[in-house]
Write a protein that binds this ligand. Structure first.
Ligand code: NAD
Ligand code: UGA
Length: 468
């Protein structure tokens, strides 16, 4: 089938950038991204490209080129579903916060709603593509809903799994030049293989065919959870050693370089940090743990859960190190945070380590002053309120947000670097030092600053994973 019209349900961090790139690379295909969140769609349609709801380097240019030509953002979900030959489901699949599997399993209620809506609205055959990250075997649940509800008995559906591997902050680069594209489908029937071929042909407009992998649907679903688990495991592995480095006089950056030059290990994803964040690593590993448990695979579940436990430890350890260094009390002391996003070059804060470090310090009655180049003030309060540790009034009293880093650090007892934004490296650190309380403490949770230079200025420094 030659695809002329695509609909994507979910205009978030994945749906928006992914569809913008498909539209840019396939001017012959009309792409409509729909969402029930009116504000988000309004922002995607804003004539000021700086107001797009997702900040990603290069995204504004691509949206500017394709929007209104063959890329549309809309809240008319039914209409877009009906007109499409191919429908991507790109809605959120957060960890369940209630009932069976609470705190571990993926909440698939939005996925199910989409499937029911497609079945109700569709009047012609559709290829439905799982773009969201889903537990292995979800395709069979989607198929059952599509075939047995709404118009399901009259129209035919093919289900594909096409997980997304982009990382935030480099989404456009990753989409334009992916390591691989993975497409899973029903390889046992000619209809299934035709559907796979239709999606291969879309990507083939800009991706080499050798990099487009096709598999059965279960391998594709499970590969996505596995990829995130392996990536996060590397971060927890190096973070576990950062603590040992601090005790023994080793330097985790030197260790990472030494092991990373072994081509069997590789150098990427060995940057020790205050802990990994982001919307997916934790949720996807918890989901993997839950799936393993549900098959009775206790050892498999325990093995992967340790990656999360190590990450929780790393965030807590950083906060406790600040407290013990500041003479065991931070009560009434001002601690300046540089960075709140979970990594640089994104405005996304989901599961950011900064939130948890702030929470620990607020418990000790510290005053926190934050500067982040892209995160909005309201988002920081929402993140803290979501933890439910204290009232939102207390969160607002405890945490102050600044537009200027020098203001944020004025009179601070300590500065903590929570995100690796490049601009932090180029600040006038002498000026920051002059404005701080003495001794001026600096905690580099991302290992991005030149500690020797800072010590020469007079800072008392701690860098993750650097022993003395
Ligand atoms: P997001 O929360 O940014 O976006 C999801 C959007 O779906 C929201 O705007 C929401 O309003 C919309 N939505 C929910 N239910 C809907 C419905 N019934 N109809 C219409 N719209 C609906 O989430 P995201 O970060 O884009 O992630 C989406 C999926 O992609 C998740 O499964 C995630 O695990 C996966 N993923 C995310 C990333 C990433 O970097 N963020 C990368 C790869 C995969
Ligand atoms: C991650 C994966 O890299 C993507 O391939 C995947 O598609 C995505 O999850 C997803 O499924 O959502 P993302 O979370 O956007 O992407 O960003 P990463 O670059 O993976 O960083 C995740 C966290 O790990 C960040 O907090 C980052 O600072 C931290 N990290 C990463 C380290 O602490 N050290 C490293 O060496 C690498």
């Amino acid at each position: 089938m030659k695809i002329k019209n695509i609909c994507c349900i979910g205009a978030g961090y994945v749906g928006g950038p992914t569809m913008a790139v498909i539209a840019q690379k396939c001017p012959h295909i009309q792409v409509t991204v729909v969402d029930i969140n009116e504000k988000r769609i309004e922002a995607w349609n804003d004539s000021n490209l700086e107001k797009l709801p997702v900040y990603e380097p290069g995204l504004d240019k691509i949206v500017g080129e394709a929007r209104g030509r063959n890329l549309f953002f809309s809240t008319h979900v039914d209409q877009a579903i009906d007109q499409a030959d191919m429908i991507f489901i790109s809605v959120n699949t957060p960890t369940k916060t209630y009932g069976k599997g609470k705190g571990m399993a993926a909440d698939l209620k939005y996925i199910e709603l989409c499937a029911r809506q497609i079945a109700r609205v569709a009047t012609s055959d559709k290829i439905v593509v799982e773009k969201s990250t889903l537990p292995v075997r979800t395709a069979s649940a989607i198929k059952s809903i599509l075939d047995n509800t709404g118009n399901g008995s009259k129209v035919k559906f093919q289900i594909l799994s096409n997980p997304e591997f982009l990382a935030e902050g480099t989404a456009i680069e990753d989409l334009l030049d992916p390591d691989r594209v993975l497409i899973g489908g029903d390889t046992s029937t000619s209809e299934g293989n035709d559907a796979i071929e239709s999606l291969v042909n879309i990507y083939a407009n800009w991706v080499n065919k050798e990099q487009i992998l096709t598999t059965n649907v279960w391998s594709s679903e499970l590969s996505k959870l596995t990829a995130n688990a392996f990536l996060a495991q590397r971060v927890s592995s190096i973070n576990s050693l950062s603590e040992l480095c601090e005790k023994t006089g080793a330097d985790v950056n030197e260790v990472a370089k030494a092991i990373g030059m072994d081509s069997r290990i590789g150098s990427k994803f060995l940057k020790s940090s205050v802990g990994f964040g982001g919307s997916c690593f934790q949720k996807d590993i918890l989901n993997l743990v839950y799936i393993a448990k549900s098959y009775g695979l206790t050892e498999v579940a325990d093995y992967w859960e340790q990656v999360i436990l190590m990450n929780d430890h790393q965030k807590r350890r950083f906060a406790h190190h600040i407290i013990s260094t500041l003479f065991n009390t931070v009560s009434g002391k001002k601690i300046a945070f540089l960075g709140w996003a979970f990594k640089k070059d994104t405005n996304d804060t989901r599961e950011s380590a900064a939130i948890y470090v702030a929470d620990e310090l607020l418990n000790e009655q510290s005053q926190i002053d934050v500067y982040d180049p892209k995160v909005e003030e309201q988002q920081m309060y929402t993140d803290l309120d979501y933890l439910n540790t204290r009232s939102s009034k207390d969160n607002r009293e405890g945490l102050t947000v600044h537009q200027d880093p020098y203001r944020a650090c004025e009179n601070a007892h300590a500065i903590a670097v929570l995100t690796e934004w490049d601009e932090f490296k180029t600040y006038d650190w002498q000026k920051l030092y002059d404005r701080m309380q003495k001794p001026a403490f600096l905690f580099d949770g991302r290992g991005i600053l030149n500690i020797e230079e800072l010590e020469n200025i007079g800072f008392v420094c701690y860098k993750i994973g650097k022993g003395k």
